[in-house]
Design a protein. Structure first.
Length: 159
């Protein structure tokens, strides 16, 4: 992920990078994100994901699962939340729980690096690195750690 995002090179002016990694669902995954923050507005430009699920049978399906997982990793970072009213969750389905659409997605690049020897997951693990990579990039841009999400409840907005 670091190599794919160009971690050892200087990003373009006004672009900041963050990275995160995790072992989950039996796979090793990492994501590196590029964002800009202007007047409190966060713009996600690009995310590079690297995944090692052990074995890969269908590379196109793995790429689709990894890329699509960012929707469910970034939606709660930006604006989705589960709120409770009168002892019940208010968001009962996708009509009341906002999920990212294609127009909101940054460019996603997927690097598949199967090392063999085990069988891991491919969609779910990447969900766990999406928000931390973007939050680390926001920290690089602003010097401020965001500890509460979604961003819609902070002084930052998404452009």
């Amino acid at each position: 992920a670091a190599e794919g995002i160009g971690w050892d090179t200087k990003p373009p002016e006004g672009i900041y990078r963050g990275i995160a990694q995790v072992k989950g669902f039996g796979s090793y995954v990492a994501a590196a994100a590029e964002v800009s923050v202007t007047d409190g507005k966060v713009k996600m430009h690009r995310i590079v994901a690297a995944t090692d699920p052990g074995h890969v049978i269908n590379p196109q399906q793995v790429e689709a699962q990894v890329a699509g997982s960012f929707v469910y990793g970034l939606s709660p970072l930006l604006y989705s939340e589960a709120t409770v009213k009168d002892g019940r969750i208010e968001q009962e389905n996708f009509n009341t729980y906002k999920v990212m659409t294609l127009k909101d997605m940054p460019k996603v690049e997927v690097i598949t690096m199967p090392s063999g020897g085990f069988w891991g997951g491919v969609g779910e693990p990447t969900i766990a690195v999406a928000a931390p990579a973007v939050l680390n990039a926001i920290f690089a841009a602003t010097g401020k750690r965001i500890r509460d999400i979604p961003l819609k409840n902070t002084d930052l907005t998404v452009s």
